[in-house]
Write a protein that binds this ligand. Structure first.
Ligand code: SAM
Length: 279
């Protein structure tokens, strides 16, 4: 069995009882950085052997871990913080296990993107997790442009030294009025949830040296009003049998036009319909 075990994203009290038990029971723990994870595991008196599994050894190591799993060993996968396999190479090991019919299960817990979304106050009914944006400005602006009309809340991971530049790009591509939330150092001493428009947050962060871990959230693009087609609206209203004056009065409010302008359109549509009928 491969166990995906979530670990805290800052506050050690967020470790779950089940995570500690499973980490003690498995034969081996695969982690990104053995020195980093050893400290966490020592804190919880877990003495299970550790092995490294990260971006650059992931192919060979993945195969070795798979062989061990096939031979009957149980392995836990953890990341430096939060839920393994989310925005880290762990997902490839999970896929290999599924392909080889090795059972995979999860011990859920802290997850930075979802925790930040929950505290952001932005819409949570639909959201898109975009991971890290490209580090270079050109690539970043291209990615943001692709997302400019996305109506779902956008969730990004961001490094502190790029925050100011990324906020400036967000303001440029999405407009200064788009709502943005910067969630920093969640569950830690200097936790901060900074909300405002893109313009506000560019100002707030432009001269400040930013530290810590960051999730950047951007409100989805406002749903656009359906294209207004006055003639179709007039046609539909005439079909209900409403009188031209009443139609002009009501539609002039909806379309922000003068009653007489709409009345002309009503007459034209009526005339057109009559011509069609006579023909
Ligand atoms: N797998 C992890 C998870 O599920 O939370 C995320 C791994 S990702 C490589 C690391 C990124 O998560 C950081 O660069 C930062 O953007 C975000 N992050 C992690 N811990 C955080 C925290 N305490 N507060 C805010 N963001 C955090």
């Amino acid at each position: 069995m491969l166990y995906l075990v979530a670990t805290p994203i800052g506050n050690l009290e967020d470790m779950t009882f089940r995570a500690v038990r499973i980490l003690k029971e498995v034969d081996l723990i695969a982690c990104e950085d053995t020195r980093h994870s050893r400290k966490l595991l020592d804190h919880f008196q877990v003495s299970t052997p550790l092995t490294s599994f990260f971006e650059h050894n992931e192919r060979d190591k993945g195969r070795q871990l798979l062989e061990k799993l096939k031979s009957g060993l149980s392995i836990a996968l953890i990341s430096d913080a939060g839920t393994p396999a989310i925005s880290d190479p762990g997902y490839r090991l999970v896929r290999l296990c599924h392909e080889q019919a090795i059972p995979v299960t999860i011990i859920p817990g802290a997850q930075a993107a979802v925790s930040a979304l929950a505290v952001s106050g932005l819409a949570t009914d639909r959201f898109v997790f975009e991971g890290f944006l490209p580090a270079k400005r050109k690539g970043r602006c291209e990615r943001l442009s692709d997302l400019a009309n996305e109506p779902r809340t956008l969730v990004f991971y961001e490094s502190p030294h790029r925050l100011a530049a990324t906020l400036a790009d967000v303001a440029e591509v999405f407009g200064v009025d788009r709502d943005v939330v910067v969630v920093r150092e969640l569950t830690k001493l200097y936790e901060e949830i900074c909300r405002g428009t893109a313009g506000d947050l560019v100002e707030r962060w432009q001269d400040e040296k930013v530290r810590g871990e960051i999730v950047l959230l951007v409100a989805g693009a406002p749903e656009r009003e359906p294209e207004v087609d006055l003639e179709s609206a007039v046609r539909q209203a005439l079909a209900t049998g409403a009188a031209p004056k009443q139609i002009s009065r009501e539609l002039s409010k909806v379309y922000g036009l003068s009653g007489s302008d709409v009345y002309q359109v009503v007459l034209q549509v009526k005339q057109g319909a009559k011509v069609e009928q006579d023909a």
